[in-house]
Write a protein that binds this ligand. Structure first.
Ligand code: UDP
Length: 364
C-alpha cells in the first residue's frame, strides 16, 4: 500500500512524526512525503525532521510567502502532478492549513482516497482560515480521524451520517507524541531559572489585528514584571511586531527564537503556566499538567475549558491579567490525562487504513 503524506507547517511535522514512525514499522506500507514548504525556516521545519526522525521529504515544493489563493493554487497544481506520477492508494492530511486542503482536494479530484487526521474540530468562527480549511477537508475525506467525542459530534451535527465517509474516534496523535517524546527531552539550552510562564502567539486573528496584538503584548509586559514570560517568537508575529516598531530592547518579555519540539517539551514540563493562541499548545499544557490561558475568544478544544484546565481570555488586557492570576493560584489537580486517548491514536489510524471497507460509516 502506498501512502502519500502532505505536510507543510510546524504542527503537522509533529503529528506526522507519530504516524510516519509507525508506517516505517508496518510491512507492505510505503510512505512518500510531500513538504509543501509552507513553513521553511530551519527552526520551523528542519529541526523537526532531524530530531523527530521524520523521513526526508521526497518532494519539497517550496511554496510560501504568498496569499491564501496563490499559495493554495500553487500547491494544488504541484501536488496533482505528483499524485498522477506516484499513483498512491491513500493521501494523508493533517489539521487545518492550506497544505491540508490542497492535499485533500488534489487527491479527491483524482479519485484517490483521503484520510484526514484531526477531523471534526470546529471553532465556529468562519473568519479563521483554519476553520474554512477544516470544514472543506472534512467534507471530501473518505476517513475522518477524530481526536475527541466532541469532534465526532460536530460531524454528526453537520449531517456526516448521510455522507459516504468513515468517522473514527482515535484519540489525539499529539497525545501520542507527548507520551513518546516526554522522556527524550534533554534540558533546555535556554537559561531560565525559577518560575516562568511559557507563551506563544501566532494566530492570524491576533497578529493581523494591531489592536488585539497590542493589548496582548501590553498584558504580557505587565505580567513579565512579576513572573518571567518566555516567548519563542513565531516569524509571523516577529514581522508584525517589527512593523509596529516594538521596543524589543526595553521589553520585559524574554523573547527567544522558535524552539524544537524536544526543547518545547522541556519548557512545558518546567513552566508554571502557559499563555497561548496555539491549538497544539493548549493540549500540550494539559498533557504536561499545566493550566493554560488561551488568548482567543473560542477554542476547538472545548473539553479543556469545560474541565477547568483552560480558560479563554481573548485579547482583553484586564481579562488576561485576571485569568493569569486565577490560574497561577489554582491547585494543579485533576490532570489525569484522559481526554485525548492513551497514546495509540497513530496505531488506530494505520489499522483503520489497512482494514478499510468503504461501506463502514462510523466507529466510536
Ligand atoms: N512548538 C515548537 N516550538 C515552538 C513553538 C511551538 O515545537 O517554538 C510546537 C508546540 O509544542 C506544538 C506545535 O508546535 O506541538 C504547535 O504548533 P503551532 O502553535 O505553530 O500551531 P497550532 O497548533 O496552533 O496549529
Amino acid at each position: 500500500m502506498k501512502i502519500i503524506t502532505v505536510i507543510g507547517a510546524r504542527p503537522q511535522f509533529i503529528k506526522a512524526a507519530v504516524v510516519s514512525r509507525l508506517i516505517l514499522n508496518t510491512p507492505d506500507m510505503d510512505e512518500v512525503i510531500i513538504h509543501t514548504g509552507q513553513h521553511f525556516d530551519a527552526n520551523m521545519s528542519e529541526v523537526f525532521f532531524d530530531e523527530l526522525n521524520i523521513p526526508e521529504p521526497h518532494y519539497n515544493l517550496d511554496i510560501n510567502g504568498l496569499g491564501h489563493g496563490a499559495m493554495t493554487g500553487q500547491m494544488l497544481e504541484k501536488i496533482e502532478e505528483i499524485l498522477i506520477k506516484e499513483n498512491p492508494d491513500w493521501v494523508l492530511v493533517y489539521g487545518d492549513t492550506n497544505s491540508t486542503i490542497a492535499g485533500a482536494l488534489s487527491a479527491k479530484k483524482l479519485h484517490i482516497k483521503v484520510a484526514h487526521i484531526e477531523a471534526g474540530l470546529r471553532s465556529f468562527n468562519m473568519n479563521m482560515p483554519e476553520e474554512i480549511n477544516r470544514i472543506l477537508t472534512d467534507r471530501i475525506s473518505d476517513i475522518l480521524f477524530c481526536p475527541t467525542d466532541i469532534a465526532v459530534k460536530n460531524l454528526q451535527k453537520e449531517g456526516f451520517e448521510f455522507i459516504n465517509s468513515l468517522i473514527v474516534k482515535t484519540g489525539d496523535v499529539m497525545q501520542d507524541a507527548a507520551i513518546f517524546y516526554a522522556n527524550k527531552a534533554g534540558k533546555s539550552t535556554i537559561k531560565i531559572q525559577g518560575k516562568f510562564i511559557l507563551s506563544t502567539i501566532h494566530r492570524a486573528e491576533n497578529t493581523d489585528d494591531t489592536c488585539k496584538l497590542q493589548h496582548i503584548f501590553n498584558a504580557l509586559e505587565e505580567i513579565s514584571n512579576k513572573i518571567p514570560v518566555l516567548l519563542p517568537l513565531h516569524p509571523r508575529t516577529k514581522k508584525k511586531l517589527e512593523d509596529l516598531n516594538y521596543d524589543f530592547n526595553n521589553s520585559c518579555i524574554r523573547f527567544v527564537n522558535p524552539v524544537g519540539y524536544l526543547e518545547m517539551v522541556w519548557l512545558l514540563k518546567n513552566c508554571e503556566l502557559v499563555m497561548t493562541d496555539s491549538g497544539g499548545l493548549q493540549k500540550e499544557s494539559y498533557f504536561f499538567g499545566k493550566y493554560c490561558v488561551t488568548l482567543r475568544d473560542e477554542t476547538e478544544w472545548v473539553e479543556l475549558v469545560d474541565n477547568g484546565f483552560n480558560i479563554l481570555a481573548g485579547s482583553d488586557e484586564n481579562k488576561i491579567l485576571n485569568n493569569v492570576a486565577l490560574m497561577l493560584n489554582k491547585d494543579k489537580t485533576g490532570f489525569e490525562n484522559k481526554l485525548y486517548g492513551n497514546g495509540d491514536a497513530g496505531q488506530k489510524i494505520l489499522n483503520t487504513i489497512l482494514n478499510y471497507d468503504s461501506k463502514s460509516k462510523i466507529t466510536i
